[in-house]
Design a protein around this ligand. Structure first.
Ligand code: NOJ
Length: 699
């Protein structure tokens, strides 16, 4: 049972028939089910609907309220980067772009704005944040993650959850968050979406669990089980993960929802159940409270209980979790969220999305060509410079069934082309895009280069290369992008490579440019943000939350690798990535000195000085290495970071306070232990050895 069950929930439970209780566990997909059938489900007492907006949602809610017990429906939506499935709402950068800011406050603000807009639409719940780690960039959903690192992911996630839920879930502009996909879903073998993750539970605890623990501690109201499996056990039936670890150990007291059709897939995709009844029993007993889309669960669970094959107490417990969250959300008093009328897509919200985009732009190389000067003649090349769909990326109204084709782009937006045209002298030539087609015109782009002082080449990927089930085996720049880049470079003009993409791509020769800038998918005003950085109106602050491989065959290149013997690198490729976790330049420079560590108080300090001529924001990163341990431990592991704004010549000492567990490991028995001995503390500008000061200390 939920930890604290109110009298209202107890009374309601006692009044509910078995059928009403099981219906409460069902989440109905409105678009796929259709209006008539959805209203039938609402009359039966279905607990939740997903992906339904406006009057349709109101009609469903009214029907539920008029049913026998009148339990309000909970509406869920994938508002994962703003309320972006609503074609009037604000679109933020993707989670990956947001992670480039490393700024907890940016994540919190993104959550607040999203919550306000979702609530104003009368909805209650977003399926966000996504806490999977992207340790293999071939995966199609890298854009939805906060990158490769457990610590950074957990920090950004906790902030986003606070943004969504506020201090009080029942407040008019708070919505429930959902930590997904529990767990190790990003680690599927070969980066093939929803396949088995060949990891052990020790590894799960060490690498994948920490962000989810932070989500529980942040009060996240719901969790979503992953599509995949760990070492052959689908997460949908994994009671060890759902009951023992999530509820008993981590103390989660919200409710758990399956992912889309997870119960059905036990029968027809993962083959661990013979039929719908067996799948329903496995899923219910493992600890799933709400079942997304697998509506056959309804008949099965009722039959199983009536035949004595499933204990009704399992159903009671699930319903209790669901009703308790509904109560915490204040739905019994106010079934429809009211939000802040008029706020959807308002200017203040757009300004927040623009600020997040600015802060996300990451400068990885600059020989002095940047910032551009207003009087320079710039040739802008590449279809992604003028393709709002590519700029948005996944999970906006463009890429989803809720898309209304009559409203292709009703909200204001700025592409890279528009942003740059506002700030300088720009000639645009599409050249080519990520997918070759007959409109590609490399010759026109090359001949325009003759008149240019500098070339900005925007490369990347498009929506057909991104998302669920769209994993890539090859991470090279697709279509003719690389050939065009080489030809542009051969003109002898300075070339700036800009990446508008869902994830790290292998830039190969495109990294051999005078400057390299990563924008990922910057959302509504991503183009303006990028232009401001290119023209020096904003000094870049982004830091990579994920490493860039030279080549897909070099994967994995995440920074927190385990030590080993011979296999540190391939004989034909270096061990180091092209760009490492934490990297990112600005238009000023910083110098670190005076790293200290007090092992008694677990306090470290380091001094940072702005040695350039412009003010700038530095992200001070601290890593640790356990020198000798009973199991292999990473060569370095992020355990803290802070951001500091420094004027030219300004210097500040930054202090960090740690806890014992920051230095602990997960031993062979899956226990968290601090093994005494020597540790190396590292502090500096990025995860690269040459960027870090180091000292040894003993615990
Ligand atoms: C499947 C996705 O895996 C999940 O992230 C999403 O929230 C649900 N579908 C609902 O759309």
């Amino acid at each position: 049972m939920a930890k604290q069950v109110s009298q209202r929930v107890k009374t309601l439970l006692s009044q509910m028939t078995l059928e009403e209780k099981v219906a409460q566990m069902i989440q109905v997909p409105y678009a796929q089910t259709g209006r008539e059938e959805s209203l039938r489900w609402a009359k039966l007492g279905a607990g939740s609907f997903l992906h339904v907006l406006g009057d349709n949602a109101r009609e469903v809610q009214q029907t539920a309220l008029n049913s026998r017990l009148g339990i309000p429906v909970l509406f869920g939506i994938d508002a994962v980067r703003g309320h972006a499935l609503n074609d009037h709402a604000t679109i933020f950068p993707t989670q990956l772009a947001c992670a480039c800011t490393w700024d907890r406050e940016i994540a919190r603000e993104m959550g607040r704005v999203t919550a306000r807009e979702v609530a104003t639409d009368g909805l209650h719940w977003t399926f966000s944040p996504l806490l999977c780690l992207s340790r293999d960039p071939r995966w199609g959903r890298v854009n939805e993650t906060f990158g490769e690192d457990p610590y950074l992911t957990g920090e950004m996630a906790a902030a986003l959850i606070h943004g969504y839920q506020g201090d009080d879930l029942s407040a008019p502009e708070s919505i429930a968050a959902c930590a997904k996909h529990y767990i190790a879903y990003g680690e599927a073998t070969g980066a093939r979406d929803a396949y088995d993750s060949e990891v052990t539970y020790r590894k799960v605890r060490e690498v994948f669990l920490p962000p989810f623990k932070k989500a529980v501690d942040a009060g996240c109201a719901t969790f979503m089980t992953a599509y995949g499996s760990i070492d052959g056990t689908p997460l949908t039936v994994d009671s060890y993960m759902l009951k023992k670890i999530l509820r008993e150990e981590m103390g989660f007291d919200g409710f758990v929802i399956t992912d889309w059709m997870n119960v059905t897939s036990l029968v027809d995709k993962q083959f661990v159940a013979h039929d719908a009844d067996e799948a329903a029993k496995l899923a219910a007993e493992a600890g799933n409270d709400m079942i997304m889309s697998s509506t056959e669960f309804y008949e099965s669970a009722i039959r199983l209980v009536k035949e004595g094959k499933l204990s009704e107490s399992v159903i009671d417990e699930a319903v209790c979790h669901i009703l308790t969250v509904k109560e915490r959300m204040g739905l019994f008093e106010q079934p429809e969220k009211v939000g802040v009328p008029g706020c959807i897509g308002c200017e203040a919200h757009q300004a927040s999305a623009l600020e997040a985009a600015r802060r996300s732009i990451t400068l990885l190389k600059n020989d002095g060509v940047l910032p551009l000067k207003k009087e320079q003649k710039v040739l802008l090349v590449g279809k992604n410079a003028d393709d709002i769909w590519a700029q948005y990326g996944d999970w906006t109204y463009f890429s989803h069934p809720l898309w209304n084709p009559d409203h292709p782009a009703v909200r204001p937006y700025t592409t890279v082309k528009e942003g740059m045209e506002r700030l300088g002298q720009v000639t645009y030539m599409p050249g080519c895009g990520p997918v070759a087609d007959e409109s590609d015109d490399l010759c026109a782009a090359l001949s325009a280069a003759k008149d240019a002082d500098v070339i900005v080449h925007v490369v990347g990927d498009v929506m057909t290369q991104v998302g669920e089930g769209r994993d890539r085996a090859d991470l090279d720049l697709s279509g003719s992008q690389l050939s065009l880049h080489k030809a542009l470079k051969n003109t002898g003009k300075p070339v700036i490579t800009v990446l508008v993409s869902s994830k790290p791509l292998c830039l190969k020769d495109a990294a051999n440019a005078n400057a390299v800038v990563v924008a990922f998918n910057g959302g509504q005003h991503g183009g303006q943000a990028l232009a401001e950085v290119l023209y020096g109106h904003f000094s870049p602050t982004g830091r990579l939350p994920i490493s860039f491989p030279h080549h897909a065959g070099q994967v994995p290149v995440y920074y927190n690798q385990l030590p080993g013997w011979h296999g540190a690198s391939y004989c034909d490729l270096p061990a180091a990535p092209l760009y490492a976790f934490g990297e990112g330049l600005s238009y000023t420079s910083f110098v670190y000195s005076g790293l200290t560590m007090n092992a008694d108080t677990l306090t470290a300090a380091v001094t940072v000085e702005n040695t350039g001529s412009l003010s700038g924001l530095e992200t001070v990163q601290v890593y640790v290495r356990d020198v000798v341990s009973s199991v292999l431990t990473p060569i370095k592991r992020l355990i803290g970071y802070q951001q500091v704004q420094l004027a030219p010549s300004e210097k500040k000492e930054i202090t960090f306070r740690f806890e014992k567990n920051d230095f602990a490991l997960i031993n062979r028995r899956e226990k968290t232990v601090l093994e005494k001995g020597e540790f190396i503390l590292m502090a500096g500008h990025s995860s690269k050895d040459e960027d870090l000061l180091k000292l040894s200390f003993t615990l």
